[in-house]
Design a protein around this ligand. Structure first.
Ligand SMILES: NC(=O)c1ccc[n+]([C@@H]2O[C@H](COP(=O)([O-])OP(=O)(O)OC[C@H]3O[C@@H](n4cnc5c(N)ncnc54)[C@H](O)[C@@H]3O)[C@@H](O)[C@H]2O)c1
Length: 339
């Protein structure tokens, strides 16, 4: 399927290829690029990790930006294709000059990667090699790639700094993300194409992936179902609102040419314990949640906590969405879908 809302015009800021455009973060990033006047070509294969209709809803969010009054210069084209097939990527350009690539497609999720390390290596590492090779052939001017806070493993001193030792990832997913960072470095070394690696810290907000805790807990809260909690209530995550992440991705895209190869944390630097998360979702739901506790599961780290010194100084990245407010927006979005 190829959805064309508009022929990509020669927008002032060039064509940006976004992989994983139908996903949670990719759809928000694409919409923001359109608002900024970019022409976006999105590629996604509707990987069955979660239902296609959720991804189609994400695409509608982009299409509204492309056809709505707020986007005056940008245009959006969607190509259904697998990025491990080079032709999908080459087709995305169709002879037009490519400004850059924002590579967000991946198999995400820590726990499922333990059962399918081979699938994760293919979807993440092989796919990233394909994207980097295509970026070279298509003469992209820059590339921005999604990494993950999971690369810090369980032994990193908090808050996690980008120059910490990341040689001990504790899940196949984290290991694939670290491998992608290393491939990004090699790509920059060989081609001198500016290459940014972004370590996202658990992203939430409207459209959040359905496998992630906030999304799951909210759906259960809506149906007054019992929520299973794994691990100690003191485990914590540095939840980061989607609009803050999008601002960081766009800043990295705009500034990476000053740095060559660079890794940036995009987090909130304000970890929330599992106990506080449950209380906070109870607050937005207007009722106490029913929970039961089970032991922690292998592959899950105890804590995540971003140092933002580098991202603040070099990207001007300053996350601003307060946790309860962000939860409220995700809750409202979920309610609008359900009813
Ligand atoms: N959401 C988070 O909290 C978080 C945290 C850290 C890192 N990340 C990373 O950010 C990126 C985006 O995450 P997300 O939460 O939006 O995930 P997502 O699953 O919603 O989006 C990823 C998209 O990539 C697509 N895709 C997968 N394999 C593909 C292939 N071979 N060809 C084409 N498309 C393919 C999927 O269909 C999906 O739509 C991923 O790289 C993920 O690892 C996310």
């Amino acid at each position: 399927m190829s959805t064309r809302n508009d022929q990509p015009a020669s927008g002032a800021q060039g064509v940006v290829l976004v992989t994983g455009a139908a996903g949670f973060i990719g759809s928000h990033v694409s919409a923001a690029l359109l608002r900024g006047g970019h022409c976006v070509v999105g590629v996604d294969n509707f990987d069955p990790f979660y239902p296609r209709d959720i991804k189609q809803r994400n695409l509608r969010r982009i299409e509204i930006q492309a056809s709505g009054g707020r986007s005056t210069q940008g245009s959006f084209e969607f190509i259904e294709g697998d990025i491990t097939d080079e032709q999908s990527l080459i087709a995305a350009r169709e002879g037009r000059p490519l400004d850059g690539v924002i590579h967000l497609a991946a198999r995400a999720g820590v726990r499922p990667s333990i059962d399918d390390p081979v699938g994760y290596a293919h979807a993440n590492v092989t796919a990233t090699a394909c994207v980097l090779q295509a970026a070279t052939k298509l003469k992209a001017r820059r590339v921005v790639i999604a990494s993950s806070s999971s690369v810090y493993g369980d032994n990193t001193k908090a808050p996690f700094r980008e120059d910490a030792d990341v040689s001990e990832p504790i899940s196949p997913y984290a290991a694939t993300k670290r491998a992608c960072e290393l491939m990004g470095y090699t790509h920059w070394h060989l081609t001198k194409m500016p290459t940014a690696m972004l370590r996202f810290f658990t992203v939430y907000g409207p459209g959040q992936r359905p496998d992630l805790a906030i999304s799951q807990f909210m759906r259960k809260a809506m149906n007054n179902e019992e929520i299973t909690l794994f691990g100690d209530l003191s485990t914590s995550r540095d939840y980061t609102y989607i609009d803050d992440i999008v601002a960081g991705v766009i800043a990295a895209y705009q500034r990476i040419d000053r740095f060559g190869y660079r890794v940036w944390n995009l987090g909130n630097s304000s970890p929330v314990t599992l106990g506080r998360l449950i209380e906070s979702i109870g607050t937005v739901a207007g009722r106490a949640l029913r929970t039961r506790n089970l032991p922690g599961r292998p592959g899950d780290v105890q804590h995540t906590y971003a140092s933002l010194d580098r991202a603040k100084q070099e990207l001007g990245y300053t996350p601003s969405v307060e946790f309860l407010k962000g939860l409220q927006m995700q809750w409202e979005d979920l309610r609008s879908q359900q009813g």
